[in-house]
Design a protein around this ligand. Structure first.
Ligand SMILES: Cc1cc2nc3c(=O)[nH]c(=O)nc-3n(C[C@H](O)[C@H](O)[C@H](O)COP(=O)(O)OP(=O)(O)OC[C@H]3O[C@@H](n4cnc5c(N)ncnc54)[C@H](O)[C@@H]3O)c2cc1C
Length: 301
């Protein structure tokens, strides 16, 4: 068993952190894809840590744990499994956390989670937790040694009435013991810079890792942006439209946009970046190669 280290050990100011997000596969084909991608990412990108999501409605409890173990033990990644409050009682959540601890994990992304498919409103389990801040508190009250990531929303969480309220709720979540924030995807850097400034004004001083998605498909990104209420800039949308059905051209536009976002953010103090790779390696690898070649990130070979 490969024992992980807390992410806070290497979230230091002198080295930019790179993380990658996987999602648990739904079938055998998806299972082969994630492992192939993991091998390529391991060989070329050497991320500081990887995370694996917890499916909507808590449906992937076992697959998340299974692939988190594979990524840790077979690929020797520092792995941060995601955990949500959806569909589980407090005791069930404690049991899941105990399992992660016994398996050598010490990083958790603590989330409330989205409502299960078909439901529009989040309803906590009768014996469960209503907010991610409650999950952070539960972990801090019952375990020691976990580094805890939490979600942040540069364009506010879609359910929040306004940015100020959302930020106040974030302050509470951080004060319960979060170690760092990873953001929702965004395509305009000014959103990130304003978010960081607003966090600092509220004395949130933990690292804020920007979450970025190198676009793979126009249709898909329109759907994601609609779901999480992130702005798809007109300039990016036009460039993607101009690619028509040429999937390779779309990917190039996605990589170029993400490259420019990362360059500017790292030059202006971001502690690193997190990539939503949708279990595909090629865009992420092209991006890392370009950033390394231009000296924007250190070589990882
Ligand atoms: C980096 C990242 C990773 C993600 N990974 C997953 C995943 O693996 N699985 C998954 O299902 N989803 C995932 N999500 C999506 C996330 O679960 C949803 O955005 C969800 O709707 C909110 O989760 P949260 O942890 O941000 O919730 P919270 O921080 O609890 O916030 C939810 C809403 O409640 C409000 N709120 C918070 N506290 C209070 C309070 N005390 N009183 C009143 N209102 C309050 C907030 O302002 C917000 O509007 C991820 C999101 C991000 C950014």
């Amino acid at each position: 068993m490969y024992h992980n280290r807390p992410i806070t050990d290497f979230l230091s100011k002198d080295r930019k952190v790179i993380s990658i997000e996987f999602f648990p596969p739904k079938n055998e084909v998806g299972g082969k894809l994630i492992l192939k991608t993991a091998a390529e990412i391991k060989a070329i990108m050497k991320p500081d840590f990887v995370s694996i999501t917890y499916g909507a409605g808590g449906t992937t409890r076992d697959t998340t744990a299974q692939y988190a173990r594979l990524l840790k033990d077979d690929y020797e990644f520092q792995v941060m499994p995601h955990l949500t409050c959806v569909g589980s009682s407090r005791d069930e959540i404690l049991e899941i956390l105990k399992g992660f601890q016994d398996d050598g994990f010490c990083n958790i992304m603590a989330l409330r989670g989205d409502p299960p498919i078909g439901e529009t409103e989040f309803k906590p389990h009768p014996d469960g937790l209503p907010y991610a801040s409650d999950l952070v508190k539960l972990i801090r009250d019952n375990f020691s040694g976990f580094s805890l990531g939490v979600a942040g929303y540069p364009e506010k969480h879609p359910e929040s009435s306004d940015i100020e309220t959302d930020l106040d709720n974030l302050v509470h979540k951080v004060n319960q013991g979060a170690s760092f924030i990873t953001t929702q995807l965004f395509f305009e850097n000014k959103r990130y810079f304003e978010f960081v400034e607003n966090c600092h004004k509220r004395n949130i001083n933990i690292p804020i890792i920007p979450g970025l998605l190198p676009v793979l498909s126009l249709k898909q990104i329109r759907r994601f942006c609609d779901f999480c209420k992130a702005e798809l800039p007109k300039e990016l949308e036009s460039k993607l439209e101009a690619c028509g059905d040429d999937a390779e051209a779309v990917k190039e536009v996605g990589v170029e946009w993400a490259y420019n976002q990362i360059k500017e953010m790292l030059e202006n103090g971001a502690p690193g970046f997190h990539l939503y790779i949708l279990n595909r390696s090629d865009s992420a690898i092209s991006l890392i190669k370009a950033l390394t070649k231009d000296g924007i990130i250190e070589s990882r070979s």
